[in-house]
Design a protein around this ligand. Structure first.
Ligand SMILES: Nc1ncnc2c1ncn2[C@@H]1O[C@H](COP(=O)(O)OP(=O)(O)OP(=O)(O)O)[C@@H](O)[C@H]1O
Length: 215
């Protein structure tokens, strides 16, 4: 898969958040989206996920056949999207049935996140970091090329941050793409950085592409 974002602009509550934002991301590549609070990182991810309409610009996915961009991606955002009354395993089985493209079994995915022991517990009983790990395990139960991650290390301890870095590296090595909004280093040495602040309305040159030399 290759994702091309062209000249994206975003307006929220009547305020221009960013404009003229372009990038291209190919198979095996990662992008970290940075910027201060309120700069528009989550808004950019929402546009990429098809959950927020851009004020201008367009998104193109190459190499995905008939599939739409939302059918090619996973989102792990601020809200974990888990059902508290269901067990960790049941939540993942639900996601697998809903999304299709089955990959690892729920138990295998939980084991990769060090949560095999919690498979049978209702998610409501889990800690914040454990819930985040269940949400991240969703990445592994369905095969989707593009991972959109919003502050994926939030609430994770050091060991779990390392496990996440390993999962992202394996995904990239298999030709996947990762776009992660973050305030922290993610342990991805090859990731390029996209500062949303560089595209703040009034500060941008139209269609400026910070990766023009590398794509
Ligand atoms: N649901 C919403 N409705 C209207 N405006 C919103 C909404 N969500 C965010 N905004 C506004 O959009 C702008 C960008 O917010 P966004 O959440 O994308 O920033 P961010 O860079 O992800 O911030 P943070 O680092 O705090 O997560 C902010 O000015 C915010 O007030």
């Amino acid at each position: 898969m290759r994702l091309i974002a062209e000249d994206l602009a975003c307006r929220r509550s009547g305020r221009r958040v960013f404009a003229g934002l372009s990038f291209t991301l190919g198979a095996g590549e990662a992008l970290t989206v940075t910027g201060r609070n309120g700069a528009g990182k989550s808004s950019l991810l929402a546009i990429l996920a098809g959950r927020l309409r851009p004020e201008a610009g367009r998104l193109v996915a190459e190499g995905v056949g008939e599939r739409t961009i939302p059918e090619c991606l996973h989102v792990v955002g601020h809200r974990d999207g888990l059902k508290g009354a269901l067990t960790a395993e049941e939540n993942l089985a639900f996601a697998r049935d809903l999304l299709g493209d089955a990959d690892l079994s729920p138990r295998e995915a939980l084991a990769r996140l060090g949560l095999a022991h919690a498979a049978g517990l209702p998610v409501a009983y889990l800690s914040a970091g454990q819930r985040r790990r269940v949400a991240l395990a969703r990445l592994l139960v369905c095969r989707r090329p593009l991972w959109l991650l919003d502050e994926p290390t939030a609430a994770l301890d050091v060991a779990s941050q390392g496990a996440l870095a390993g999962l992202m590296r394996a995904h990239l090595a298999g030709g996947g793409l990762v776009i992660a909004a973050t305030h922290q280093a993610l342990g991805l040495e090859t990731a390029r950085e996209l500062s949303v602040e560089a595209f703040r309305a009034g500060r941008v040159e139209q269609s400026a592409d910070p990766f023009a030399e590398t794509v």
